[in-house]
Design a binder for this molecule. Structure first.
Ligand SMILES: [Zn+2]
Length: 112
């Protein structure tokens, strides 16, 4: 039996398929993008307000989210045009965040 692996998004009420590049996140592409936008925007907002950054969030955005988007861009699970637009938009927001961090030193904290 091989039923331990769920191929459906873990968000309640969502039956979206999980693309192979997202099996670690257990999210469909739409919910993954939602999550990525929320976390990226929280990080940018913290930068602009000078409030402490959630380091775990930031690392997830700059490593995991970026890797997934790049991966999906060239994968066989080609997203539809609308999803592709959101992915490109996400890359742009991540690039802004990256740029900001490269030029400012921001306080950060690690959750215990
Ligand atoms: Zn979903």
């Amino acid at each position: 039996m091989n039923s331990a692996i769920s191929l459906v998004c873990r968000r309640a009420g969502c039956s979206g398929q999980i693309p192979s590049g997202l099996s670690a996140e257990q999210l469909c592409l739409n919910h993954f993008l939602d999550e990525a936008f929320v976390r990226t925007e929280q990080s940018l907002e913290a930068c602009h307000n000078g409030s402490p950054l959630n380091q775990a969030n930031l690392e997830w955005v700059l490593s995991d989210a970026l890797a997934v988007v790049k991966n999906l861009e060239d994968s066989a699970d080609a997203p539809n045009p609308e999803q592709r637009d959101r992915m490109l938009e996400l890359l742009l927001v991540i690039a802004n965040l990256h740029e900001y961090l490269a030029h400012h030193s921001v306080p950060s904290h690690r959750p215990a």
